[in-house]
Design a protein around this ligand. Structure first.
Ligand SMILES: Nc1nc2c(c(=O)[nH]1)N[C@H]1C(S)=C(S)[C@@H](COP(=O)(O)O)O[C@H]1N2
Ligand SMILES: [Mo]
Length: 518
């Protein structure tokens, strides 16, 4: 029995075989990352597969991920992918204990998947395929090499003419170190080509027409509300980009075309050298749950979007501004909203005095007051096509979201926090309400499920496109309590208590929190 076995190809030990698969995977990912560093971070097969997964994910799952993991949803995705890949690579090794063929086939399939994902990206050219190709070559190469070293027949090894188990381990370790260096190199290279240096070179943006200063009584931050303006660092962020698009101002331009008499193309300097305006606007995401945090306010600096459309001379019958970002995301906004001088739609290049942060759309984005971000706020925008609703369908429309999405009147309790314990007696309740482009008229608060509604004190209104802070006080005996808020807007509409989810056009319902008085 024993002799017949040594005649055949020996079987690699289970753990060693799995390890060979994993080392080959590391080599593949690192090689892809290094080559991507020369082209674009998004060419990295790992990121491309992740981005592809995001685009293919059903809405319900995406919604669940955002709800459950918040801003960490993408980290969870990348982590989950890593676990699956390591397991698959170990499996590729294990099924190849005798012959390397099954493992090579599996690794090659991985490589092709990476290639497919990269080829689907609208922001990458054909050159980007070099990154998954490098992955494929490195993965298969390292796998075959380590497999050969490890499967040398025992009797040959005994003669001392062939590598020992030690040298296989050394080779594996060498491959891991090389992979680490290559991966880090790719990361460094991508860093030097990124947008941050270009952004730094722009410097501060000074509007010719600054927004009116924010009065001191525009918020009750000392009573637990948010500050009126959200710092760029704290501004909520929502997008489908796994790695933030890196667009340098000098490489950027915006094409305005479609149903217009004069097609236009603007460079960054074209926009920057126009008289810049500044507007204070509260943005909100349609994915914001009742009580959620996807709402923030900034001073946006840029030009009026309607002015650009008027220069291009929009033709009759045009309905939709179909905007596209450098990473291929699209949004559809009503032409009438952009043309309405009262609306204040913008092509923004700055935020709170600075050029747009890279993750908020540098070099340029759209902002239209009163509309949820997915139909109005394209970041890294590079193309505006004037068209009809029928001719073009934007990214989220095919994923269950509505075509028209004005922001719904909402209010939120910020203090006390849910389940907080506070001293019994006078308890101050405070928070924020918004009804962009209509204005908040009144905020009412009640203690208990059937208490009477009590009007809250409102902060000074900055403009109808921004949020308003509120506070009030109740005499609260010891025990557990719940408190509810609702807003009334300037159209006379009282925020409905009917609970609706975020899909298809924004959540409704009253924000209720529980707290304990002691
Ligand atoms: N390119 C691009 N622009 C985008 C998105 C996106 O996924 N990609 N998301 C939109 C959505 S849903 C919202 S709510 C706003 C959020 O902008 P912020 O991240 O600056 O807050 O950006 C919009 N612009
Ligand atoms: Mo959004």
């Amino acid at each position: 029995m024993k002799t017949s076995r040594t005649d055949r190809e020996p079987r690699l030990p289970l753990f060693g075989a799995a390890l060979i698969g994993v080392v080959a995977l590391a080599a593949a990912l690192a090689a892809g990352h290094l080559v991507a560093g020369f082209i674009s971070a998004n060419a990295s097969p790992y990121l491309a597969v992740g981005n592809g997964a995001i685009d293919l994910t059903p809405v319900e799952l995406k919604d669940f991920a955002v709800r459950t993991f918040g801003v960490y949803d993408k980290l969870v995705l990348l982590g989950g992918m890593a676990v699956v890949m390591v397991l698959a690579a170990a499996l590729a090794g294990i099924v190849s204990r005798r012959s390397p063929v099954p493992g090579v086939v599996l690794i090659a399939a991985f490589g092709l998947l990476g290639g497919l994902a990269v080829s689907q990206r609208p922001d990458l050219s054909g050159v980007a395929l070099l990154a998954p190709l490098a992955s494929l070559i490195a993965g298969v190469g390292v796998f075959l090499w380590l497999h050969r070293l490890a499967s040398v027949k025992p009797q040959v090894e005994a003669s001392g003419a062939a590598p020992s188990r030690r040298s296989v381990l050394l080779a594996g370790a060498g491959a891991v170190v090389a992979a680490g260096a290559a991966g880090a190199g790719g990361q460094l290279l991508a860093g030097t080509r990124d947008a941050e240096s270009s952004r730094a070179a722009v410097g501060r943006l000074v509007p010719a027409e600054p927004a009116p200063p924010i009065p001191a009584d525009a918020d009750f931050a000392k009573l637990g509300t948010p500050t009126f303006l959200t710092s760029n660092r704290d501004f909520y962020r929502v997008d489908t980009a796994l790695s933030v698009p890196q667009v340098r101002a000098e490489d950027w331009s915006l094409r305005l075309h479609g149903m217009v008499r004069n097609e236009k193309r603007y460079t960054y300097d074209d926009i920057r050298n126009r008289p810049l305006i500044e507007r204070t606007i509260t943005m909100t995401c349609v994915s914001n749950e009742v009580g959620g945090t996807y709402v923030s306010t900034a001073n946006f600096i840029g030009v009026d979007l309607g002015d650009l459309l008027r220069e291009a001379e929009v033709q009759p019958g045009a309905e939709q501004i179909f905007s596209t970002s450098t990473d291929g995301w699209t949004a559809g906004s009503p032409v009438v909203a952009a043309l309405d001088p009262e609306r204040g739609a913008m092509l923004a290049i700055g935020m709170n005095g600075e050029p747009l942060p890279v993750e908020h759309g540098f070099p340029a984005r759209m902002v239209i007051p009163g509309l949820y971000g997915y139909v109005s706020a394209t970041k890294w925008v590079k193309d505006l096509e004037i068209t009809t609703w029928k001719a073009r369908r934007a990214y989220w429309l095919d994923r269950g979201w509505g075509e028209q999405a004005p922001i719904k009147t909402q209010s939120r309790i910020d203090s006390p926090k849910g389940f907080e314990t506070v001293p019994a007696g006078k308890v101050r309740i405070s928070g924020v309400a918004w009804a962009q482009h209509t204005g908040v008229e009144r905020v009412e608060v009640r203690l208990g499920a059937s208490g009477s509604w009590q009007p809250a004190t409102l902060s000074r209104e900055v403009n109808v496109d921004t949020w308003r802070m509120w506070w009030t006080e109740f005499d609260v005996p010891p025990g557990s309590h719940q408190v509810t808020v609702r807003a009334v807007d300037k159209s006379g509409y009282t925020q409905t208590d009917a609970r609706a989810g975020t899909v298809p056009d924004g959540a409704t319902g009253w924000h209720v929190i529980s707290f304990t008085a002691r």
